[in-house]
Design a protein. Structure first.
Length: 333
């Protein structure tokens, strides 16, 4: 059940001031990390808006972190200070792209806010509402070019990214391009079922399949499940799991407007986004201007590590050169 343990951790894992970049090449504009806040249905979200000091309009990207207790920088309460989303923001600014990354509900300076006494109400729609407000905030910044808005997301964050691209509400800014790093390839419970089936005993598989049937038909879950599966779904979080499982990434992918530039990465080392597993998602995105990059030996946090070990997530290594090369080929589209 080792690879299942990895999946469990990853899946269940007003401007205040600014500080300028001290490193810049001669003659190049300086970039600043500005602490910002914005509202989403009564929740105040905190984030970092990285932009050029000269304030001229530039392409801008919204960065959406992985699931669970993962903050704006990609840091996770279980795995530690990962920092991959901060690194991504810096790579984008090196390529002339402003960015906004933010602490989603339950993480960083945002915290639970109005959900403090009702954490069970934090379901997928709350995360999508936060992402929608973040995109609107980014579009309204004077240093952002509203015609060149992109969304870069990792893991479960790609679900919310595709939701933004597929949105047709008049008050939702248009997404020009999408970067989907190591995306979820299917419905939440189906992903876990595949992993349990591959790694679990017959008894564990049977117990899990019965639990999935109960969750989907009655919205309840057995009080106990074998082999640590109760950490994935239990009576305390079953409502959130039910809501998350309703989301079909393939349907969202099909709704992304035709011709949208899309970058999708997968990796032979990532147990959550192996290339064979994401092929249905790739097929659902064929109507877009799709670029698929199959990474080799790259972990779920986008660093060179064939083991994809959670113990290595917080080592602060640079992002893989394969990811950087993919970025270089995509940012101008």
């Amino acid at each position: 059940m080792k690879s299942l343990a990895v999946l469990v951790v990853s899946l269940v894992m007003v401007i205040a001031g600014c500080s300028s970049d001290t490193q810049q090449d001669a003659g190049q504009p300086a970039w600043t990390d500005e602490e910002v806040t914005f509202e989403a249905d009564g929740l105040t979200l905190h984030g970092t808006y990285r932009h050029r000091e000269d304030g001229g309009p530039a392409p801008a990207a919204l960065l959406i972190s992985e699931s669970g207790n993962t903050d704006r920088n990609g840091d996770n309460q279980v795995a530690g200070p990962i920092g991959n989303m901060r690194q991504l923001a810096e790579l984008l600014s090196d390529r002339g792209v402003a960015s906004l990354r933010y602490d989603k509900v339950g993480t960083g300076r945002t915290g639970l806010g109005p959900f403090q006494n009702k954490p069970q109400d934090v379901v997928s729609t709350v995360y999508t509402a936060g992402a929608t407000s973040a995109l609107a905030f980014l579009a309204g910044r004077p240093a952002s070019d509203p015609a060149r808005l992109s969304v870069y997301a990792l893991g479960e964050g790609t679900v919310h990214a595709m939701s933004l691209a597929a949105a047709d509400a008049p008050d939702t800014p248009k997404v020009h391009s999408l970067a989907l790093f190591q995306p979820l390839p299917g419905r939440y419970l189906d992903i876990i079922t595949n992993r349990v089936t591959a790694d679990g005993s017959p008894e564990t598989v049977a117990a899990w399949r019965a639990a999935v049937e109960e969750i989907r038909t009655r919205g309840t879950v057995p009080a106990t499940l074998p082999d640590g599966l109760g950490s994935i779904v239990n009576p305390g979080n079953v409502r959130a799991v039910v809501e998350t499982d309703k989301i079909d990434p393939l349907a969202l992918a099909a709704a992304v407007p035709a011709g949208t530039p899309v970058l999708l990465t997968c990796s032979d080392a990532d147990t959550q986004a192996r290339c064979d597993a994401v092929r249905p998602l790739v097929d659902a995105l064929r109507h877009t201007a799709l670029t698929v990059v199959e990474l080799e030996g790259v972990s779920h946090v986008l660093r060179d590590d064939p083991s994809d070990s959670i113990a290595n997530y917080a080592k602060q290594d640079p992002l893989s050169t394969q990811v950087v090369t993919a970025l270089d080929g995509f940012v101008g589209k």
